[in-house]
Design a protein. Sequence first.
Length: 260
Amino acid sequence: MFHWLAHKLGLRSCPQCETLVDYALDGLPQGQQDGVRKHLDDCPPCREQVRDFFQVREGLALCSKQVDAPQDFNGKVLARLKQDPPPPAGLLLPGRATGWPRFWLMAGPVFALMSVMMTVVAAAALLTRQPAAPGPSNPLAAMSAAVLGDPKASRVSLTSALPGSDAGADLVLCKGMDHAVIQCRHLQASAPGQNYAVWVQLAGQPPKRLARFVVDGPGSCCHLLSLEGAFQGQGPARFMVKPEGAAVTGPDLLKGSVDL
């Protein structure tokens, strides 16, 4: 359908429709027949049209009743041709049309109907086409998507360590990656010179700081954390979020455990 519109608008250099019909009926010179066949190898829309012409040709052949000619049929035809004078040049009688004129008289309405249908379908497709969804707009968004979409990622639910607080967070990190994603809820905005730090304590090891981040305002926020080295933890692990000042690390604000 789009091939037909492009052909009408002059945007493609494909063979004319009449040439494709001639090809389907083996009516082209051998050199031109080979040229069209080579074009069809690289042009799916033209192949579809030729396939339709083949089907029309076969359908017309099947519609005709098959009868055996009388034994003296050829002799009578030759005798009649000798008796009747040839029609004037350019005179087309529907009852006596043969060859290409007869083909177009019979198949022309079919091609006209197909053209109308293809135009309607092409217009509907252009009007209903939806724009493609944009991908990540920057490397940080792409990196966050890679962490969140990793099927082997570890997800830790952190809850408040202080009574009466509804703060929380979800931490997602992958073994061997030096980035993680944290989604915080109801953490207070960081004071000047203060930030938050994510800590981890593996079994039998002292706590280790993984990354720092800053909260700009109250409510929910999402951060891509740059870890202090590729994460290699395994086994039971306890995670904490602590406030940090210039030289002091505060108590646990959030905590959670997971088996890596």
